[in-house]
Ligand binder design. Structure first.
Ligand SMILES: [Fe+2]
Length: 207
């Protein structure tokens, strides 16, 4: 085990991102499991292909963390998750089953708590992006717009990466090149490519 941490997400967003980007050469050696310790009714996880879902107590999750994913808690109640990273440096393509000593604990008949989403009309989306663009005046506003777009993604069918695509669309609507460049830089940092120890400063409420 290389890392164990408990994170409480309260009324906040884990910014859409992919993990291990800076370790791209060795990323296949890592397996991360997530164990919800405390959940609340209005907190969600979102993964590029899998969709939006809730983690329930008793669940153990293994996410494909090399594709874009995010988390959000819309309430001010606690949502605590234990995150454990395992590294198998000498096992080619390690499988998560290696982590568990007692395989009988695993019950694949339990369905995940997936959130049903509806289709979003392109025209509706465009209207919303235009509305958001009127609130985009400086680079710092990008985070609040990203938060709004993340909330939309909870309810309407779209992959996580669309959040950044839409953010850039909002920036383009402002006709401000500096804002467009800022949003593209954000996208690249979080779901594109980044180097070891590179940081992108964020404000409170978004991690
Ligand atoms: Fe992650």
């Amino acid at each position: 085990m290389t890392m164990a941490r408990v994170r409480n997400l309260v009324n906040g967003l884990v910014i859409p991102h992919t993990d291990f980007l800076e370790l791209s050469k060795d990323k296949d050696q890592y397996i991360r499991i997530l164990i919800p310790l405390e959940t609340c009714i209005d907190s969600y996880h979102s993964e590029e292909k899998f969709g939006v879902f809730r983690m329930r107590k008793g669940d153990i999750w293994i996410l494909e963390s090399t594709v874009p994913h995010s988390a959000i808690n819309l309430t001010s109640d606690d949502r605590r998750i234990l995150s454990l990273d395992f590294r198998y440096a000498h096992v080619p393509s390690p499988h998560y089953s290696m982590i568990f000593k007692d395989p009988s604990m695993r019950d694949e008949t339990i369905a995940p708590a997936l959130v049903l989403r509806t289709k979003l009309d392109q025209e509706d989306l465009q209207d919303y992006l235009e509305l958001l663009s009127a609130r985009f005046n400086e680079k710092d506003d990008a985070e609040q717009i990203l938060l709004k777009l993340s909330q939309v993604q909870l309810r309407f069918e779209s992959p996580v990466s669309d959040i950044y695509r839409n953010l850039t669309e909002v920036a383009k609507l402002t006709k401000r090149q500096d804002l467009v460049e800022h949003c593209e830089k954000m996208r690249k940092f979080y779901i594109g490519s980044r180097v070891m120890n590179e940081r992108f400063p964020l404000r409170k409420g978004i991690t």
